[in-house]
Design a protein around this ligand. Structure first.
Ligand code: URA
Length: 205
């Protein structure tokens, strides 16, 4: 019944997908966020990148990965020769979840139920784009795509699969790279992230 409600808001056409995502009220996060942030990029993209959920700036601008994590991603992607305009970029959850602390809006990780409700849209995006490879950045994306979250430090760099057989390369989330307190670990994590993006580049060639 839940899926039917989603489906009734969307004809299945690519051009109606952003509006359908904007209208989604299946979980409570639409009441928290300013707006939904649908994926963006070419419909014939060979590579699809999935993050966790929009952050503060994405929520305000309505576009994925335009804040600090997006800047890390853009910089490393450019270093390895991946062009963002060729990539379909989206998130496991389409609404920003936060708690207000004074004027600041502190990111809160989406829970299992929110990830499950929003997976309907992620699956719809996957079916429309049919990418050659999906790069899952962070544990929430890994959970939504493979059914298993967590343990990203040991799973990163590995190829796994969606239940319907699409290849998923796992990597760390770029905002994790911004939070690693210790400089040596941060450098190592950044090198892993760069190696994973280079592997994604090679796999979609
Ligand atoms: N973090 C994400 O996971 N996605 C965004 O779009 C921005 C930050």
């Amino acid at each position: 019944a839940q899926l039917a409600e989603h489906a009734s808001a969307w004809t299945g056409r690519a051009d109606g997908l952003p509006a359908a995502i904007h209208a989604c009220t299946r979980c409570a996060l639409d009441r928290c966020a300013t707006q939904a942030v649908p994926g963006e990029g070419p419909l014939d993209a060979r590579l699809m990148i999935v993050g966790e959920q929009p952050g503060d700036m994405e929520d305000l601008q309505g576009r994925p990965f335009v804040g600090p994590a997006g800047q890390v991603f853009d910089r490393v992607a450019e270093e390895v020769g991946l062009e963002r305009r060729m990539i379909y970029v989206t998130n496991a959850v389409k609404h920003f979840k936060f708690t207000a602390r004074g004027k600041r809006r502190l990111h809160q990780r989406p829970n299992m139920s929110e990830v499950r409700h929003c997976k309907w849209w992620l699956d719809a995006e996957r079916r429309l784009i049919r990418p050659k490879l999906i790069l899952a950045m962070g544990a929430t994306a890994a959970l939504a795509l493979t059914g298993t979250g967590g343990d990203m430090l040991s799973r990163r760099g590995r190829l796994e699969c969606t239940p319907d057989g699409m290849p998923v390369l796992l990597t760390l989330h770029p905002s994790y790279l911004l939070r690693v307190p210790d400089a040596a670990h941060r450098t190592a994590a950044m090198a892993h992230f760069r190696a994973d993006l280079a592997q994604a580049r090679d796999l979609v060639r």
